[in-house]
Design a protein around this ligand. Structure first.
Ligand code: 5AD
Ligand code: SF4
Length: 505
């Protein structure tokens, strides 16, 4: 990486000024401060290149294996591809066996409490393995490591962990791993403040068919329930030329589908002060690249502008699936969530999208049981489901997150009521999914065949442009190709069909 910037100011080190290592006892001992994370500055973000890994670190992984266990969203999945790329450049080879690997990394998610509980479960279970094989390195990275209380809990209760690093420290992994090997102490490096945009990090992408490409990091929306702005830092867009070069290279390598990634892709470009170039412009440019399918996730309704709708309406390789998280159907709850739109404004946007893209497949995220949500307000969410008629939806019970504004809001809704609302919501969502899929009975859809079905090797599975899962019987050489399938048996979460023809896309 370039040395142009002084990282020292926000580098939390496990070293004393005299160069000796100290044993961190609390998160504060390692210079960690969540408050600092929340006071994100407006300092300039620089684009820097990932330096080649020095030769002396490249041999660390020789005859050693690694296993990354990933929790959470696609952003984390993609970060794990980068971590794998760095580890393989250091000579490590992949294994899926957590108990046998020489390096085990948990790439964690902090979005809800149950995601965190699962990680602590894994950490506890690996204690016996670590006692048997003290030479193994056990590391925790991802969003949980950005939370001071989590770091404290690991420092006090899970002392068999060797390494903790944050979401802005991935590029430092070779050095941190070396430190973890040569020290008996836990190595902790969590930059509370986001770093630069690091280009050209190595990546190991799975499958060769579908690839993720980051376009923007972080989130500036600060929805009151959400931990992401604190764990992922402020919005930093990659330069369009870097994104386009990466997509072109993936097309050259034969990838068939690209998903552009960001916590809020619609904010793309707003922070690029030297140019007037937004997400719609990027999509327009990417639509000209010779790759069959382009997707994106996740959208924020507030930033979904008319130009983007216009560009998406041109179709082509820009597929008609739009994931548009609504979170609640009630304007007052949306205000308390700080979503920055009303029910009516959201419905207007949906209407605009449906008029411009009549075959749009709309999906969403919904939270039930936000602090103080009344039965009437919840019913507004149900009625919005009926009005929009989403093809599918991810539904969640509100989970208080440490340090977020909603954590302090009065919440008098009993847990059973929240669970019951979730059930009622899911039954509406599932009924509508089923009805939307039923409408495809007898239709012929284009499917990108991904592989054998999970439950039956005789059946192949793939996805439509609208991201619907399709199962059909066909020859194995269809895998990796586009085919036409006639839908014969629509279900709630998948469509069964018959193979018609191959498609040249
Ligand atoms: N509790 C429950 N769900 C949440 N989400 C984000 N934060 C929380 C929380 N504290 C949901 C939102 C978001 C999705 C990725 O996770 O619906 O869109
Ligand atoms: Fe969280 Fe809101 Fe940002 Fe999405 S837009 S990551 S819900 S703060």
């Amino acid at each position: 990486m370039s040395d142009k910037k002084d990282y020292g100011q926000y580098f939390q080190s496990t070293y004393e000024p005299d160069g000796n290592r100290k044993r961190p006892k609390t998160a504060e001992d390692v210079g960690y401060s969540q408050q600092e994370g929340k006071r994100r500055g407006k300092e300039e973000v620089m684009v820097v290149n990932f330096d080649p890994i020095p030769d002396e670190l490249k041999c660390l992984g020789r005859e050693r294996t690694y296993c990354i266990v990933t929790f959470g969203c696609q952003m984390n999945e993609h970060d794990s591809e980068t971590i794998a790329g760095i580890l393989e450049d250091m000579g490590y080879t992949a294994t899926t066996n957590e108990r046998e690997a020489d390096v085990v990394l948990y790439n964690t998610c902090a979005i809800r409490e149950n995601a965190e509980d699962r990680v602590f479960g894994h950490l506890g279970a690996l204690k016996a393995v670590k006692l048997e094989r003290p030479d193994m390195i056990l590391g925790v990275c991802g969003c949980m490591s950005q939370d001071e209380s989590v770091v404290n809990r690991i420092l006090t209760t899970y002392q068999h962990v060797d390494l903790i690093f944050g979401t802005h420290n991935i590029h430092r992994l070779p050095i941190l791993l070396r430190d973890a090997y040569y020290s008996k102490e836990m190595v902790v490096e969590v930059w509370a403040k986001e770093g630069d945009v690091i280009e050209n990090m190595p990546k190991i992408r799975e499958g060769g068919l579908k690839a993720w490409v980051n376009i923007i990091y972080g989130c500036d929306k600060f929805c009151t329930y959400c931990i992401v702005p604190y764990t992922r830092g402020k919005e930093r867009s990659r330069l369009p030329e870097d994104v386009i070069a990466e997509v072109r290279e993936l097309a050259r390598q034969g990838y068939q589908e690209i998903t552009l990634l960001g916590q809020n892709v619609n904010a793309y470009g707003k922070d690029l002060e030297d140019r007037d170039y937004l997400f719609g412009d990027l999509m327009d440019d990417i639509s000209k690249i010779d790759i069959p399918r382009i997707r994106f996730t996740t959208s924020h309704p507030r930033d979904f502008d008319d130009h983007l709708v216009e560009v998406l309406a041109k179709g082509g390789n820009l597929v008609e699936h739009i994931h548009l998280p609504v979170q609640s159907g009630n304007t007052e709850v949306l205000r308390k969530m700080s979503r920055k739109y009303s029910r009516e404004e959201y419905l207007e946007l949906v209407d605009k999208i449906k008029r411009a893209i009549p075959n749009a497949v709309l999906t969403t995220d919904i939270i039930v049981g936000f602090p103080g949500e009344t039965e009437e307000q919840f019913q507004d969410t149900l009625s919005l489901m009926e009005e929009v008629r989403y093809d599918s939806a991810y539904t969640f019970i509100y989970s208080p997150r440490h340090g977020t504004p909603a954590e302090g809001m009065e919440d008098d809704i009993p847990e059973e009521v929240k669970k019951e609302r979730l059930q009622r919501l899911m039954s509406v969502v599932n009924r509508i999914s089923r009805e939307k899929n039923e409408a495809l009975r007898g239709e012929i859809v284009e499917v990108l065949v991904e592989g054998e079905s999970k439950n039956n090797p005789d059946v192949l599975s793939g996805r439509t442009r609208g991201n619907k899962l399709v199962h059909f019987v066909g020859p194995k050489d269809c895998i990796g190709k586009f085919v036409h399938v006639k839908i014969t048996e629509p279900q709630t979460w998948a469509l069964k069909g018959e193979l018609m023809t191959r498609v040249e896309v």
